[in-house]
Structures are given as structure tokens and as C-alpha cells.
Design a protein around this ligand. Structure first.
Ligand code: GLA
Length: 361
């Protein structure tokens, strides 16, 4: 605590001139980045039910994403009925507070119930039947949220991690339709809503192999006239592994395709990355979040945001995958029960050195 207070005193004088410092002495992140891009955060019910957390969201962010409540598993019930209760509460929060909303996500192999892909007898749907269901689902959901969201992650994580494979073959979407479902989903989305921005969203897009695959896919879609507006680089990065060069190379590549770029799910684990080789080297034990670790993480966040600012005009939004270290999916992934510290605010909701490292520039 003393450490955080000291960092605050040292930094308070230096925050960039754009930022508005409110009565608690903490500048607003969104104000600090107003001339660069929209800053967003993924929210869940716990955030909206906590007064300090909802106040922080209003103060620091210009956009929100529903962490889970707009996914197929949450919206559609097996009997065909839709349940918008929780998603609508998040939408109402955005509306009342003048925040933009990202729609996340329509087509994904995860968090989509298995019955979505089967008929009443439990047999897998063929591509024709699955496209019919997809169109029904997208029409219902995109119409319901028409006035609420300005963009959709239309397809999430269609690319394979394995070298040599372009597409994720263990996806029920791929099994029924091959890769054709990707273009189809974008075409259906455009037909339903000509105005909403349509994104392809995936992880590890700063890694050479996956970046190359994403480029291939997106180039192919563009060449075929498929209506894709932007690419979401999720940004679940490791503070030890992400580099300025990798971020820059990816931005250059996707920008060269004429795509809008958003960082859609930013968090910075203090452990090794949980994909590929990193996944095999995971420490099982929780690290202590020492002042040294906090400073090291702050340096990485600083580098990341310097890179984002240097790409003003190419990146339209940066969304954090969570508000504070008290609540993050990384407490349970990839090692169950292991604490992580990936966000800008600590478990007590106070700004970490990482926060100060990105508002001071
Ligand atoms: C992926 C998904 C998100 C979320 C995270 C983990 O990145 O796109 O919706 O589930 O995994 O929390």
C-alpha cells in the first residue's frame, strides 16, 4: 500500500496534460487517451453490483464488452427461447453512462452449447441445417442488440495453433462446414445489419505463426469481397514475452489489408504465456506480487501503450479483459486457483504502477 501511495505521489505531477485528475487524485484513463482511441473494459455482473467498481468503469472507460453474457451459451436456451436478462442489464449500464458497447461474440467453438450443432435426435447438423440455425440465431441476437452495440466479434478463434494447419479442425463449425462458415457468418451479419462494424477476433496474433495465418485468412476474405471491417487482436499477453516489434509487425500487416484494428481482450499475465510452448512451462505456484514485479509489469505496459500511441489512427479501441486484479479469469487459467495480477488496478482497486506507466507520457 505504502508502495502504491509513493508511486502515486511521484507520478501525480507528471500525468499528461490531457488527463482530468478528479478529487481522488487519480486521472481518468479515457481522458488521457481521448485523442488516441477508445478505452474499454470487459464487465460482468459483479462489477455492476459493486459501487466502487462501477464508478471506476464510468470514470476510466469509454466502452464496455460483456465478458460472458452475449455469448451463445448465455443467450439461447435449448427450447429455442432467448434469455437477455443479464446482457440487457449490461446494455442498460452502457446506455445510462454514455458508454459504447462491443458485441462479443456470435460464432465460436467455445461457450456455444453442443445441442446448437445437433438435431433433435442428437445427430450433427449438416452445413445447410447449421447455416439455417446460424442465420436464425444471428438475426434474433443482432436485431435485439441493434441499437446497443457498434461492432460485433462475428467469428472468434477460427485459426489453428498447430503449425501446418490453417483452421482449427476440432471446431464443430469446421466439422460441419469446413472454413466456409467464416465467410458465411460475415455475409449473414452484413445482411442483417449494414451499419454495424464486423470483426474477426483471435489470440496470439502477435506471434509470427498465428499472425501469418490471420493475414492469410483476412486477405482471402478481403479478396473475396467478404464484409470484414476489422481485426480484434485479443491481447492475452505475457509480460515476459510480448515485444514492441511483434505488436508493430502485426499492426502493419493488418493495416495493410485496410482493416480497422482493435485490441479486444488485453491483460498481461505475470507468468509465461498459456499457449504453445509457454503452456508446458507453467509454474504451478502463485508468485508474490512484489514491488519489483509490479515495476517490471509497469515497464511492459508502458512499452505496449507507447506502441499503441505510435499507431494513432490505426487502432480504434483498446479493451482490457477485466478491471482489477480482484477478479480475472487468469486466477483459474491455465492453472486452477493460481493468483495472477494482469490488470491496471490491484486487488484493493488502487492503481498499480502499470496504471501510472500508461497515463504518464
Ligand atoms: C477468449 C474469449 C473471451 C474469454 C477469454 C477468456 O479470449 O474470446 O470471451 O472467454 O477467452 O476469458
Amino acid at each position: 500500500m505504502k508502495f502504491f501511495f509513493l508511486s502515486f505521489l511521484l507520478c501525480a505531477m507528471e500525468v499528461n496534460s490531457q488527463s482530468i485528475v478528479t478529487s481522488d487524485g487519480i486521472p481518468s484513463l479515457q481522458e488521457a487517451y481521448r485523442e488516441y482511441f477508445t478505452l474499454g473494459v470487459a464487465v460482468s455482473m459483479n462489477h455492476l453490483m459493486s459501487l466502487p467498481e462501477s464508478a471506476m468503469i464510468k470514470k476510466h472507460f469509454g466502452s464496455i464488452t460483456a465478458e460472458n453474457f452475449m455469448k451463445p451459451a448465455m443467450l439461447m436456451k435449448k427450447d429455442g427461447a432467448f434469455n437477455y436478462e443479464w446482457a440487457d442489464r449490461i446494455v442498460a449500464f452502457a446506455r445510462v453512462n454514455g458508454l459504447k458497447m462491443r458485441g462479443h461474440t456470435l460464432v465460436w467453438h467455445n461457450q456455444t452449447p453442443t445441442w446448437f450443432f445437433t438435431n433433435d435426435a442428437g445427430e450433427p447438423l449438416d452445413s445447410t441445417a447449421l447455416y439455417e440455425r446460424l442465420e436464425m440465431y444471428m438475426r434474433e441476437v443482432m436485431t435485439h442488440f441493434k441499437d446497443a452495440v457498434y461492432c460485433w466479434d462475428v467469428v472468434n478463434e477460427a485459426l489453428a495453433d498447430e503449425p501446418g494447419e490453417l483452421f482449427r479442425k476440432d471446431s464443430p463449425w469446421f466439422r460441419a462446414c469446413n472454413e466456409a462458415y467464416i465467410a458465411k457468418a460475415f455475409q449473414i451479419a452484413r445482411k442483417i445489419n449494414p451499419d454495424v462494424k464486423l470483426f474477426y477476433n483471435d489470440y496470439n496474433l502477435t506471434q509470427p505463426l498465428k499472425r501469418e495465418k490471420a493475414w492469410k485468412l483476412l486477405k482471402r476474405l478481403k479478396d473475396e469481397g467478404v464484409p470484414v471491417d476489422g481485426v480484434g487482436m485479443q491481447g492475452h499477453w505475457s509480460m515476459d514475452e510480448i515485444s514492441r516489434e511483434d505488436i508493430q509487425t502485426s499492426i502493419d500487416l493488418f493495416y495493410s489489408l485496410g482493416l480497422d484494428i482493435q485490441i479486444t481482450e488485453l491483460d498481461l499475465t505475470v507468468y509465461t504465456t498459456y499457449h504453445g510452448e509457454g503452456a508446458r512451462q507453467q509454474a504451478k505456484e502463485t508468485r508474490e506480487f512484489t514491488p519489483e514485479l509490479a515495476e517490471k509489469q509497469a515497464k511492459t505496459y508502458k512499452m505496449i501503450f507507447e506502441t499503441f500511441r505510435a499507431n494513432k489512427g490505426k487502432i480504434s479501441a483498446v479493451t482490457f479483459w477485466g478491471l482489477a486484479d480482484n477478479y480475472t479469469w487468469l486466477h483459474n487459467f491455465p492453472v486452477r486457483g493460481r493468483m495472477d495480477y494482469p490488470l491496471l488496478f490491484g486487488r484493493d482497486l488502487s492503481p498499480k504502477p502499470a496504471f501510472w506507466s500508461i497515463v504518464r507520457y
